[in-house]
Ligand binder design. Structure first.
Ligand SMILES: Cc1cc2nc3c(=O)[nH]c(=O)nc-3n(C[C@H](O)[C@H](O)[C@H](O)COP(=O)(O)OP(=O)(O)OC[C@H]3O[C@@H](n4cnc5c(N)ncnc54)[C@H](O)[C@@H]3O)c2cc1C
Length: 526
C-alpha cells in the first residue's frame, strides 16, 4: 500500500507531559473580539525559536508562535531516521547566544540537537507563547486595519507583524514515478521514518543518494536482507572525521567559554573558505575534488563501483556531503548500487529503464524536500488579495531573503537567496533576526504602522543575485534542488556569509515605504 504517514505528531507523549511547567492557555485581550497579538511567528525550528528568543530578550513579550506539530524542533523533530545528524559541527550549528558546552560529539545526532532546542525554549520562557497543532490555513493582510488576519486549524486571530520560519526543508518530496501508488509493500519518506516497521530481513529499495540517504544507508545495511540503492547522480563526499568530545574538552568549554567561541570561530572560518571556491575561485574546488576522489579511492577498491560513484560535475553544484561510512556500506555483499533510472514501480518491485525488475518489500524515499515549490506561499495573501505563490509565479524572490513587495509587515526567515552549501544556516537565520529586530525598533522610532519593501529595491536585489550566480559552482550545469523548474537558482546566497551579515546589520529604511501610525498623524481638528 502506498502510504505516507503524517508523522509530525507520532510520538505518544502529550505536550503537557513534555513541558510540565508551561502554561498553554492563549492570551485573549478581549473575549468579545478576535484575539490580537503584536507579532505572530510561524514555526518552532531554529528560525521561529531564535526569533522568539530574541524578541523576548529585547523586551517584546506580545508575540505568539503557531506550530503545526506537537513539539519543538522543526527539522530536528521530524527527521528521526537512523543516523540522522547535522553535517556542520554543532559548536557552530547552534545559537551564538546559547552555547552548549556539553555537546557529546562534533556532529551530534538528531535527538541531541532537538533536546538542545527544547532546552532553549524552556530557558528563555518561550513555551507559553506556542500554539501547538496549529497549522496555518491562511494569512491575509488587511490594508484598512493594517494588520494580518491569520487563520490556523485551531483559531482565528490578528497580528501587526507576521514572521515566518516555515523551513526550507520541511515538506517531504516523493518521487513522481509511474505506478508508485500501486506498490503493495511498505513505502515511506526518510523524514517520516516508520519506527514501527522492522526492516530486519527485508528487501529494501532506497531511492536517492542525498544527504539523508547517505546517513541512514549504513545504519540499516547490517539488518536488511538485501538493499538496492537507486542513484541518479553521485554526490561529492568528503571525510566526516566525527569524534566524541572528551570530558576534559567539555570541562574546558564550561569553565572557559572563550575556548568554545574560538573553536566555533575556527570552524566558521574554515567553512567560509569553501565559498572562495564555490563563488570566486573554482581552482580551490579542484583541490577539494582531488581530496574527495582520494576518499572514494581509499574506501571503494572495486573499480566498477567506484566508477558509478564518481561525480562528473563541478564540486559544490549540488550539496557537498560528509560521510565515512556510506561508501563502505555500498561495498557490502547485501547491497547493490543501481544507476539505471527507474522506469516504474509495480506491486512488489522497482523496474529500471533497462527492463530489470528489482523485487522489494520496502521502498524508502531519500528524495529530499519541496524547496522552491513548497505549498506555503499559497496560504499567504498580501495587498490586492494576491497570494505569495501568485506573486512569485514559481520564481521565489525576497529582498535580502527577508521582505517582499506588496506584503507589508511580513518577514521570511531562510527566504529565497539565503541557503548555504558550505556553512551553518543558523548564521544566516541570526543575521535575519537582527535585521527584523532593527526594523521593529526603527518603526517605533518613526511611528510607522506598516513597512513594505520598494519593488525597485527588491528587483535590483534579485538582478544582483542572478548576475552574481553566473559563473558560480551552482550554475555550472547540474540538476539540483537549489533550482526552480525554470532553472533559476533562487535558493543560495552567492557570496561570503559575512557579507550577508554586514548587509543585514541594520534595517535599511530607505529601501522601504511606510504607513504612519494613526497616533502619529495629526487629526484634522488639531
Ligand atoms: C536532515 C537534515 C539535516 C540538516 N543538517 C543541517 C546542518 O548540518 N547544517 C545546516 O546549516 N543546515 C542543516 N539542515 C537544514 C535545516 O533545515 C536548517 O539548518 C534549519 O534547521 C531550518 O530551521 P527552520 O526553523 O528554518 O525550519 P524547520 O526546522 O523546518 O522548522 C519549520 C517549522 O515550521 C513548522 N511549519 C511549517 N509550515 C507550517 C505551517 N503551514 N503551519 C504551522 N507550522 C508550520 C514546522 O512544523 C516546523 O516546526 C538540515 C536539514 C535536514 C532536513
Amino acid at each position: 500500500m502506498f502510504h505516507v504517514r503524517a508523522s509530525r505528531d507520532a510520538r505518544p507523549v502529550s505536550i503537557a507531559d513534555r513541558y510540565p511547567f508551561a502554561d498553554f492557555t492563549f492570551r485573549s485581550t478581549n473575549d468579545n473580539s478576535v484575539p490580537h497579538t503584536h507579532i505572530a511567528i510561524l514555526g518552532t525550528g531554529f528560525s521561529g525559536l531564535g526569533m522568539a528568543i530574541q524578541l523576548k530578550k529585547h523586551g517584546y513579550n506580545d508575540f505568539m508562535i503557531i506550530e503545526r506539530a506537537g513539539d519543538i524542533g522543526g527539522t530536528w523533530r521530524d527527521n528521526t531516521y537512523p543516523g540522522c545528524a547535522c553535517d556542520i559541527p554543532s559548536l557552530l550549528y547552534s545559537f551564538s547566544f546559547a552555547p552548549n558546552p556539553n555537546w557529546t560529539r562534533l556532529y551530534p545526532q538528531q535527538k541531541e540537537i532537538q533536546n538542545y532546542l527544547r532546552r532553549c525554549a524552556r530557558r528563555f520562557g518561550i513555551l507559553p507563547h506556542i500554539r501547538w497543532q496549529s497549522e496555518l490555513v491562511e494569512a491575509v493582510w488587511n490594508e484598512d486595519e493594517q494588520r494580518w488576519h491569520i487563520t490556523t486549524t485551531q483559531e482565528h486571530f490578528t497580528a501587526d507583524f507576521f514572521i515566518c520560519g516555515n523551513g526550507p526543508l520541511n515538506e517531504p518530496s516523493l518521487p513522481a514515478i509511474v505506478g508508485i501508488e500501486q506498490f503493495e509493500g511498505t513505502i515511506f519518506h526518510s523524514s517520516q521514518w516508520r519506527h514501527d516497521y522492522d526492516l530486519t530481513g527485508k528487501r529494501v529499495a532506497v531511492i536517492g543518494t542525498g544527504a539523508s540517504a547517505i546517513q541512514f544507508v549504513p545504519q540499516i545495511q547490517p539488518k536488511v536482507a538485501h538493499m538496492t540503492v537507486f542513484q541518479r547522480t553521485p554526490p561529492w563526499i568528503v571525510p566526516r572525521m566525527d569524534h566524541p568530545f572528551s570530558e576534559r574538552q567539555k570541562r574546558l568549554f564550561r569553565l572557559l567559554p572563550v575556548a568554545q567561541r574560538l573553536a566555533r570561530a575556527r570552524i566558521y572560518l574554515r567553512n567560509e573558505l569553501t565559498a572562495l571556491g564555490l563563488v570566486y575561485r573554482p581552482e580551490v574546488m579542484k583541490r577539494g575534488m582531488g581530496f574527495a576522489q582520494e576518499h572514494l579511492a581509499r574506501q571503494v577498491p572495486d573499480p566498477v563501483l567506484r566508477a558509478k560513484l564518481t561525480p562528473h560535475y563541478a564540486m559544490g553544484c549540488k550539496r557537498i556531503l560528509v560521510s565515512d561510512d556510506f561508501y563502505p556500506a555500498l561495498g557490502k555483499p547485501n547491497v547493490e548500487l543501481v544507476t539505471e533510472s527507474i522506469r516504474e514501480i509495480r506491486a512488489h518491485s522497482v523496474v529500471t529503464a533497462d527492463g530489470r525488475e528489482h523485487e522489494v518489500d520496502t521502498i524508502i524515499c531519500g528524495t529530499g524536500f519541496h524547496v522552491t515549490d513548497a505549498p506555503f506561499p499559497q496560504h499567504v495573501r498580501g495587498l490586492h488579495q494576491q497570494t505569495l505563490a501568485e506573486k512569485w509565479n514559481a520564481s521565489p524572490t525576497a529582498y535580502l531573503g527577508t521582505t517582499i513587495a506588496d506584503f507589508p509587515n511580513f518577514f521570511l526567515l531562510i527566504g529565497p537567496y539565503t541557503g548555504l552549501g558550505h556553512n551553518s544556516m543558523i548564521y544566516m537565520i541570526e543575521s535575519q533576526i537582527n535585521y527584523i529586530l532593527d526594523c521593529l525598533r526603527k518603526m517605533e522610532r518613526h511611528h510607522a504602522q506598516s513597512i513594505e519593501v520598494l519593488p525597485e529595491a527588491q528587483a535590483a536585489f534579485d538582478n544582483e543575485m542572478q548576475r552574481r550566480m553566473q559563473g558560480t559552482a551552482w550554475t555550472s550545469g547540474c540538476a539540483s534542488w537549489y533550482l526552480t523548474s525554470s532553472g533559476r537558482n533562487t535558493t543560495i546566497w552567492p557570496g561570503f556569509t559575512f557579507e550577508f551579515r554586514y548587509r543585514t546589520r541594520r534595517f535599511d529604511w530607505k529601501h522601504y515605504s511606510h504607513a504612519a501610525h494613526p497616533s502619529a498623524v495629526p487629526s484634522p481638528s488639531s
